[in-house]
Design a protein around this ligand. Structure first.
Ligand code: SAM
Length: 195
């Protein structure tokens, strides 16, 4: 069983049931009815926040355990999402297909990051939003979650070449209480861009 399936097989929700704080803060930027792609969606907490906002949500993730939990979780809450199992490094995001792409705590290696972000940008419709949060380079000092490999951690520089209109770009130290794996003072990069 792969790492993420193991983690999602544990009791409860690894990252909690509430949407990520940054997504919650920016939720009203997503128009009601927007078609949103949630990459590395895991157990469905961010999808549920977007569904409650009135968006249509399609999740993509490697983990079939995550998929089953997310579908059950959103359904129990009276909503329906679609969810595909795929490796994001092989995934066809499409062209001008989505009103929003949401990426929460997906840590893409530095060497493929630029190409990966370009694919996401192409996949957005004009006016579409890209919302991102992941751990920053100094996060290992905090020891409160996320990868320890520097290759997987971010800086604000990672977004400097973006072709999107920058609505928000910030390195933030903040208290994160998002499930047992992300708990405590942390260092993250937050980004919101508009095509
Ligand atoms: C830290 S979890 C975050 C889950 C979710 N975004 C959240 O905030 O609750 C990282 C997620 O990335 C997924 N993931 C990691 N590598 C992936 C890949 N190459 N393709 C698709 N999903 C991947 C894992 O299965 C896991 O669900």
């Amino acid at each position: 069983m792969q790492k993420w399936d193991e983690r999602f097989s544990e009791e409860g929700f690894a990252y909690g049931v509430e949407p990520n704080d940054f997504l919650r803060e920016k939720l009203e930027n997503f128009p009601v009815g927007a078609k949103v792609l949630c990459i590395a969606e895991g157990e469905g907490r961010n999808a549920l926040g977007l569904l409650k906002r009135g968006c249509e949500v399609h999740g993509v993730d490697l983990s079939s355990v995550g998929k089953e939990k997310a579908l059950a979780f959103t359904q129990e809450n009276g909503f329906k999402m679609t969810y595909e199992i795929a490796d994001l490094f092989e995934y066809d995001f499409g062209e001008e297909k989505w009103d929003g792409v949401v990426s929460i705590f997906f840590h893409c290696p530095t060497r493929t990051r630029m190409e990966f972000h370009q694919k996401l940008e192409r996949a957005l419709k004009p006016g579409g939003l890209y919302l991102f949060e992941a751990y920053a380079k100094d996060q290992p000092e905090f020891g409160t979650g996320g990868p320890k490999d520097e290759e997987l951690l971010y800086t604000t520089e990672d977004f400097k070449n973006s072709n999107l209109e920058q609505l928000h770009l910030e390195g933030v130290k903040r208290e994160i209480i998002e499930g047992k794996y992300h708990t405590g003072m942390s260092s993250v990069i937050q980004y919101l861009g508009k095509k």
